[in-house]
Design a protein around this ligand. Sequence first.
Ligand SMILES: Cc1ncc(COP(=O)(O)O)c(C=O)c1O
Length: 455
Amino acid sequence: MTAKLDTATLKQLDQAHHLHPFTDFKDYAEHGGRIISRAEHVYIYDSDGNKIQDGMSGLWCCNLGYSQNTIKDAVAAQLHELPFYNNFFRCSNQPAVELAGKLCELSPERFQHVFFTNSGSEANDTQIKLVHRYFDLLGKPKKKHIISRINAYHGSTIAAGSLGGMQFMHEQTIGLNYVHHINQPHWFELGGEMDEDSFGIQVARELEAKIDELGEENVAAFIAEPIQGAGGVIIPPATYWPEVKRILDERDILFISDEVICGFGRTGQWYGADTYGTEPDLITFAKAVTNGYMPLGGSLVSNKVSDVLLSGGGEFAHGLTYSGHPASCAAGLATMAIYENSNIIEETAKVLAPHFARNLRALEDHPIVGQVRVKGLFAAVELVRNKNSRERLAPDSAAAVFCRDQAVADNLMVRQTGDAMIMAPPFVTTPAELDTLTAKLAIALDKTAKHFGVA
Ligand SMILES: Cc1ncc(COP(=O)(O)O)c(C=O)c1O
């Protein structure tokens, strides 16, 4: 490791040379940020000496916190044994082989194949190529269109960004012309006077209408996150997924469940698809597959799709230098071992999640809280000025930005999306630490209410 640099030097070099993701470059060059220097359990430490409780599991990926030594040791050992070799040209490596098998073993039985990438974005790019290849091999080359949802987040490569429904991203890049977006199941934002269940059915039926508009013979797939994460932890009404499933069951269209956030226990079960009883043909995974310690993503392919891909013959024209990187896969295997050898997902669902939900529901009475959404250790708190009309506190998400800044200043890392405060704490957070998280959030809400003139 290189010698430690002092904070001032680090910040200066960072501002001078480092372009950060999803950041206003001009603003960052002028004002800079903070240097995170180490992490332990559920705490990150910055170079100014702050100890910050992480309410976001890093970027929704360190579900098991920062102190999983078996994962760190597995990566180090793998780097000594085989630091790299590619999986092209009829080569493979043990961690990639084992992890592919393990992910299939831990997934619903119909999933027996895995394609590895380095990230969730690349995994969703891969999904597009897989579904196109599938229908080409079936002799249905017209089936190229993909339906997604407004405000979805599927990554930031050009293809994944096109699949996503983030308007501000589409404004900067021309998206793929075969991707189409229907409304999101966001009752609080879009439901108006409708009850949640009726809204859920109505918005699900937009999928049916879009398929009919495009022509079923032209549509390849529907892609969706079980719960939209980056879009604001949008937990759909109970009627939504059953109605989507009914529509998909009746149509010759593949379903891609983007489990990059929801996968590996976030919603209380192994996949979000398990929580909602959907039956995807393809699963996108990344993030928590290595507990965020190494870059890794991929596509899990069900037999329905792999039977066609494997019997069709001909090269699949897609791959990444680091597809199935041995050190990343070693991290994945060590992560899966923790899940398998402990009952952390069950315990989280049984003990921590209800505790978290109780804490957050107690905030429903707060004058600026319009809605609390929570599933597993995944939550959003919507800020409003008027609970009945759902009038927002301030334009341009200013209230939630203010609230987030208050929480961060109080050493609690949470996020803001639109007018919602977003949380996804690690599963190793203790009940007492969840209480601290909620208490700090409540203080931030109080300060926000005062700042924006709500008693
Ligand atoms: C649901 C979902 N899909 C895909 C991605 C993209 O993953 P990555 O940032 O690893 O490319 C993300 C990232 O947050 C995500 O939340």
